[in-house]
Design a protein around this ligand. Structure first.
Ligand SMILES: Nc1ncnc2c1ncn2[C@@H]1O[C@H](COP(=O)(O)OP(=O)(O)O)[C@@H](O)[C@H]1O
Ligand SMILES: [Mg+2]
Length: 321
């Protein structure tokens, strides 16, 4: 079932007579259980999109439907279906962790008699049980982020909208957030999680979208994007002591381009010989055959998987920020 359907969504900001198109004709469909990594540099339009889905910002044109409810026609039904984590954590003085959660549980109109068990549940999930009586302002940034996530889970929404949940966290806290997201994924929630950093998304997102200057430039299943972007393939070759012969053979082959450093210097066997193969996909074995036939002692012939970072650089042509 499609839980999020966005069609031709646009948002224009007008300030001081100037018009700025923050989002232009965004289309996106997510199914229950999808974890969508929404990736793009600062100012790309991620927060604008998420705020529209969270009913906090009206679209200029286009539609967004969450769990069957239109964000403009039926914002209250949408709010019941979503947990929204904004990109900043507000300031809360003199309030304890459980009071904070109790306040939001009441705002979500959770029945009084079930509130304490629901709060205990989200504290457990976000690993904050021991902080129940702590004052919010004493928590580390990572804990605050987890508390904010705990808040979004109180009413057990099927959809989570998380705006840069890992931003500004140290590596350890990032890992904790990532583990938490994986757990939420196993619970079958539809999750949109934005980030301007790629590698941390690969592990748990089944879909990604890359947005730049208000345009979604690629979007879809991670594995399909990998395939479509990958017109050429990087290969790492290790040989037993005959690098010069190997590079000579490679230079003769069509569809092979050696990295400039490789074509002159001999790598002394420490570094692999790197080249790009842009022949027919699936026919790279012919390169290996040619090497072996010419007498090159091939130790390994390996193509590292294209990671999202590389895809990102390719589609945005390095025009990040
Ligand atoms: N309230 C606003 N008024 C005017 N411009 C805005 C407003 N909110 C966002 N923008 C602009 O819209 C663009 C997209 O911003 P945003 O959605 O926050 O990007 P991201 O979250 O990807 O960093 C930016 O150029 C930003 O300056
Ligand atoms: Mg943002």
């Amino acid at each position: 079932m499609a839980t999020i359907v966005v069609e031709n969504l646009s948002r224009v900001f007008v300030s001081g007579g100037a018009k700025l198109t923050a989002l232009e004709n965004l289309n996106l469909t997510l199914e229950a259980g999808d974890v969508f990594g929404f990736i793009g540099p600062n100012g790309a339009g991620k927060t604008t999109t998420i705020k529209i889905l969270a009913t906090l910002l009206r679209p200029t044109s286009g539609t967004a439907v969450v769990c069957g409810h239109d964000v403009v026609q039926d914002p209250f039904a949408v709010r019941r279906s979503i947990g929204y984590m904004p990109d900043f954590f507000g300031v809360y003085d003199d309030i304890k962790v459980w009071e904070y959660l109790d306040f939001f549980a009441a705002a979500y109109k959770l029945p009084r008699n079930s509130r304490s068990s629901v709060i205990a549940g989200v504290l457990d999930l976000t690993d904050l049980k021991t902080k129940k009586e702590a004052y919010v302002e004493t928590l580390s940034r990572g804990m605050k982020q987890r508390l904010c996530l705990a808040k979004t889970l109180l009413h057990d929404p099927p959809v989570l909208l998380l705006d840069e949940p890992a931003s500004g966290l140290d590596p350890r806290a990032r890992i904790e957030i990532r583990e938490l997201l994986k757990e939420l994924q196993t619970m079958g929630k539809t999750i949109i999680v934005s980030s301007h950093i790629l590698p941390e998304m690969e592990e748990f997102c089944n879909k990604v979208g890359i947005i730049e200057k208000g345009h979604l430039i690629v979007s879809g299943e991670v594995k399909e994007i990998r395939q479509s972007v990958r017109g050429s393939m990087n290969v790492e070759l290790r040989v037993a002591g005959d690098e010069e012969l190997a590079t000579a053979v490679l230079k003769r082959l069509s569809g092979v381009s050696l990295n400039p450093a490789e074509s002159s210097a001999v790598t002394a066997g420490l570094e692999p010989i790197r080249f790009v193969y842009s022949g027919t996909p699936g026919s790279e074995h012919q390169v290996l055959t040619s090497l072996v036939t010419a007498g090159v002692k091939v130790l390994s012939f390996y193509s590292p998987a294209t990671d999202l970072e590389e895809i990102f650089m390719k589609v945005t042509k390095g025009a990040v920020n």
